[in-house]
Design a protein around this ligand. Structure first.
Ligand SMILES: Nc1ncnc2c1ncn2[C@@H]1O[C@H](COP(=O)(O)OP(=O)(O)OP(=O)(O)O)[C@@H](O)[C@H]1O
Length: 313
């Protein structure tokens, strides 16, 4: 593939990155590893790891090419999508709205979960390795040179996963601090996690901080800020408003807000804000005479699909 280099766009500790165009006119980023970077592992291993990890929140690697680099000559380079955006480091110099904070944190977590699901680790998760595109989409760049974790002992794998988890927590904490909830959000986020938390727990704790934002329930946000209420947002279907009313009666003051958002045949769609845990909500629903559809569909807002789980009784 013929690559034309335009100008340098980044110099990290281990690599120089150039903006270029490929032979079909796409703008590409061309990454040239420095000698010390090559010592960590081969350039091919690095790229293979990235090629395998195709995801909307992870940089897309196109190929490995020999490219003539000014003052260096022909070098094997990683050719990847050029991300037109700013680093999170730069973005965090300004404050974020709740929606922005939620989206950035959520998408970083999705990218990391995907990388781990491939048996890879990132190992260098910090705000300069997160790019924010103009439309707010997040891309993780600079994934560590390890192509696979399967060749290393379990203990080492564990250490590397934990390294990513710790860095993810740091990043999400920074994002919390830059949200309108400020340090309160950071404290709330950190109170929801422990040393034993996995990626899902970490993401859930972060999302719990911003969960009310999605409903634009400003009064709920005030309540959360003033009273430190750890509210959760659930969604479910109900066969009729009568079932929801019965649930409202049974749950009583456990409910902070309940809204029938829309009516669609044959069910209602309901949003519930409560401090109760999911399993407790299910137990309340079990007491509703005809509450089986609610019980089988209730989920955290972010996990909600509307699908029924017929195993739940
Ligand atoms: N795909 C890309 N699109 C746009 N810019 C990029 C891309 N990849 C890298 N960059 C820019 O180049 C800089 C350095 O890239 P990268 O972080 O991959 O190099 P590195 O030497 O491995 O970095 P580090 O110092 O974090 O180890 C990034 O901070 C970013 O500004």
């Amino acid at each position: 593939m013929n690559i034309d280099l335009l100008n340098p766009i980044g110099d990290g500790r281990f690599a120089d990155v150039w903006l270029g165009t490929d032979e079909i006119g796409r703008r590409v980023a061309v990454k040239v590893l420095r000698e010390e970077g090559k010592g960590v592992s081969t350039i091919l291993d690095h790229a293979r790891a990235l090629v395998r990890s195709k995801h909307k929140n992870v940089v897309d690697v196109y190929s490995i090419e020999s490219v003539c680099i000014p003052n260096l000559g022909d070098e094997k380079c990683i050719v990847m999508e050029h991300i037109d955006g700013v680093t999170l480091e730069k973005r965090l110099k300004d404050n974020l709205t709740n929606q922005e904070a939620y989206r950035i944190g959520h998408e970083i977590s999705e990218g990391v979960k995907h990388i781990h699901a491939q048996g890879l680790v990132h190992m260098d998760l910090h705000a300069e390795n997160v790019l924010v595109e103009a439309d707010g989409n997040i891309k993780l760049i600079d994934i560590m040179y390890l192509s696979s974790l399967k060749d290393v002992p379990e203990m080492t794998q564990e250490t590397r996963f934990n390294h990513d988890k710790k860095q993810l927590i740091d990043l999400l904490s920074q994002i919390c601090s830059k949200s309108p909830f400020g340090n309160d959000a950071k404290i709330e986020f950190n109170s929801g996690i422990s040393d034993k938390s996995d990626l899902e727990d970490i993401t859930q704790s972060f999302e719990n901080v911003f969960t009310l934002v999605r409903l634009n329930l400003e009064y709920m946000i005030d309540l959360f800020k003033v009273n430190g209420v750890n509210a959760k947002h659930y969604k479910f279907r109900s066969e009729c408003a009568h079932d929801v009313n019965e649930l409202r009666r049974i749950m009583g003051s456990e409910i902070l807000s309940i809204q029938i958002q829309q009516q669609y045949f044959p069910d209602n769609s309901v949003d519930l804000i409560t401090t109760s845990e999911l399993e407790d909500v299910r137990n309340f629903m079990r007491q509703v005479v005809d509450g089986h559809v609610m019980l089988q569909t209730v989920q955290y807002y972010y996990d909600y699909t509307g699908e029924r789980d017929y195993d739940l009784h």
